[in-house]
Design a protein around this ligand. Structure first.
Ligand SMILES: *[C@@H]1O[C@H](CO)[C@@H](O)[C@H](O)[C@H]1NC(C)=O
Length: 310
């Protein structure tokens, strides 16, 4: 498992509508603790060097007028209007939602290898500012949410690092039912992938990456079996829904997140501390965010790195 963290690269479209690397670094990560020990945390900072929560403070949509006070390029075509930010692996229950190694029953949790694959078969992350509400039944499935931001399987050719924030095009969605809870898995492609312009909807995945959706379905069906659990179930018979359906799912999970941050529903164990959602009762100042991070790292052997990539 790679523990190298990189500076976030945000990607934009050029005038011709082709996606091209645009090296504006809006987010960076700050490591605390020892990788593969339970004290390992990776915090996020914005371009101004202030700590933020990747769950609450990174905008969901790329074409919102500004990110971190920096105006983004105006949408030039439909594709660009449907770009979303995706963050690779975040923790929901700690203040400022740093990345942590997943701990289950006091043990570090790794993903079992599912033959013939090693590790994940895509880049795995989540959309910021979304939440699958565990108290609200989904309209189409009649199950409650799994208390997490909505997951993304990114199918591009580049292997991403933990903590990277990229722009993705949404292509479709799979509806996993995990122990009675809804756990949507969005299918998306890195907007900067050399082949991104060929992908518009779920049908293009079938066409240009034959077998990939079948492998994805099978992976999610069996991945908990090595832990002694039964196979996972799916709504809609395991059918991948199209982009239009996926965008509706994103919209409704974004509404749930808004209600969460405005304290209109119970947060449970989710930590809502944020620095950018100014009308949220959980809003804190930059100084308060800094002392939160320092209070975490004081209890650890100071071993911190800040990594950048130009
Ligand atoms: C989040 O963490 C902060 C700091 O530890 C704490 O004060 C707050 O009560 C926690 N919970 C929520 C719901 O934000």
């Amino acid at each position: 498992m790679s523990c190298i963290l990189r500076l976030t690269l945000l990607l934009g479209a050029n005038a011709a509508g082709n996606f091209k690397l645009k090296p504006i670094a809006l987010y960076r990560t700050k490591e605390r603790g020892q990788p593969s020990l339970q004290d390992y945390h990776v915090f996020f900072k914005n371009v101004a060097g202030h700590y933020i929560s990747p769950f609450h403070d990174i905008p969901l949509k790329v074409d919102s007028k500004e990110e971190n006070g920096i105006p983004t390029k105006k949408a030039r075509n439909d594709e660009y209007e449907n770009l979303f930010n995706m963050v690779v692996e975040i923790a929901t229950k700690e203040p400022l939602n740093p990345i942590k190694q997943d701990v289950k029953n006091g043990k570090l949790r790794y993903t079992a290898n599912i033959f013939p694959h090693k590790d994940y078969i895509w880049n795995y992350g989540a959309l910021p500012q979304t939440w699958e509400d565990p108290h609200q039944k989904d309209k189409s499935i009649n199950c409650c949410g799994n208390n997490d931001p909505i997951d993304v399987c990114e199918i591009g050719s580049k292997v991403l690092s933990r903590g990277e924030v990229i722009h993705v095009k949404i292509l479709g969605v799979l509806s996993l039912i995990d122990e009675g809870e809804t756990d949507w898995k969005l299918i998306a492609i890195n907007a900067n992938d050399p082949e991104a312009s060929k992908f518009h909807d779920i049908g293009d995945v079938k066409k240009f990456k034959p077998g990939y959706l079948e492998a994805t379905l099978n992976w999610f069906r069996v991945y908990k079996v090595p832990e002694g659990k039964p196979e996972n179930q799916f709504a809609f018979n395991g059918e991948f829904k199209n982009k239009a359906f996926a965008l509706e799912v994103i919209k409704s999970t974004h509404e749930c997140w808004k209600a969460l941050l405005m304290k209109k529903c119970s947060a449970g164990a989710i930590n809502c501390t944020n620095v950018q959602v100014c009308d949220s009762p959980f809003h804190c100042t930059q100084d308060e965010a800094r002392s939160l991070v320092e209070s975490v790292s004081f209890s650890l052997n100071e071993e911190s790195n800040e990594e950048e990539q130009a």
